[in-house]
Ligand binder design. Sequence first.
Ligand SMILES: NC(=O)c1ccc[n+]([C@@H]2O[C@H](COP(=O)([O-])OP(=O)(O)OC[C@H]3O[C@@H](n4cnc5c(N)ncnc54)[C@H](OP(=O)(O)O)[C@@H]3O)[C@@H](O)[C@H]2O)c1
Length: 265
Amino acid sequence: MIAFIGTGNMASAMVSGLIAKKISPLDLICMGGSGQSAQILAERMGIKQAPDLTALLADASTVVVAFKPQHLAAADPRLTILTAGKLIISVLAGKHLARLAQVFPNARNIVRAMPNTPGQIGAGVTGWCSLQKLSPEDQAQVATLLGALGKQFEVPESQMDALTALSGCGPAYLFEFAAALREGGIAAGLPRELAQALTIETLLGSSSLLAHRQIEPEVLRNQVTSPNGVTFSGLKKMEALGFRNLVAAAIMAAKARSEELSKNG
Ligand SMILES: NC(=O)c1ccc[n+]([C@@H]2O[C@H](COP(=O)([O-])OP(=O)(O)OC[C@H]3O[C@@H](n4cnc5c(N)ncnc54)[C@H](OP(=O)(O)O)[C@@H]3O)[C@@H](O)[C@H]2O)c1
């Protein structure tokens, strides 16, 4: 049985992904806070809703912790005992393994994961690290659970802030880039609706091509750039205005903020 504490966007995405991968809804149980989210998730996906923490955790071997990071400080102290021997998978942004181990000291193992928003449609990417080396069974369980959101990679905990800055924040950078492409198209004379459609299809097609070919993006870039051609002049302008430096600076700023926010995490 897999238990979910917290039943918002992230837990819902995992539950949908698991059910799409043929995990039985009867093997999933959830509990939210004081709102309606647990009832809504349980009714929508046909999973069980636990009336209390004891019922939630009684038969659970794995516990997904998916409430807001600020709720951890006020977490129910009975979790110490009730999660004994269980695998904990936390998606709480910025909460270190050492901090999680204070709340779940008797857990069989603890995984700290950082998913991203495309996980909502199974197209996410999650980085994760674990307190101790995972047993083969727990490794498989982590792959199933985080795989429900998309791809997953194990990383050392020391890389979690950098990973947050790249793949955690990356969707927002892409959305900003999409808006910039659309605005550029409008400035060049296209109607807004067409510029928006062209932007979406261009990003989608280019991402798919990159994923399909599995080669460096620079190779594909060079393939569509003839010397002194149209693309060449656009790229030259991007270089002159420091596009790469700008993106690198954005990632470094996000990493610094992630380090700052997780300092006490
Ligand atoms: N969304 C993302 O793309 C994303 C990406 C990376 C990491 N994360 C992490 O995922 C976690 C959840 O984010 P979210 O976007 O899913 O949040 P969300 O949609 O706001 O959901 C929060 C959930 O926590 C529940 N909750 C509130 N107080 C609680 C308590 N004391 N005990 C147990 N549950 C409680 C809420 O239940 P009620 O509705 O009943 O109040 C709700 O189900 C966060 O820690 C965040 O850092 C999210």
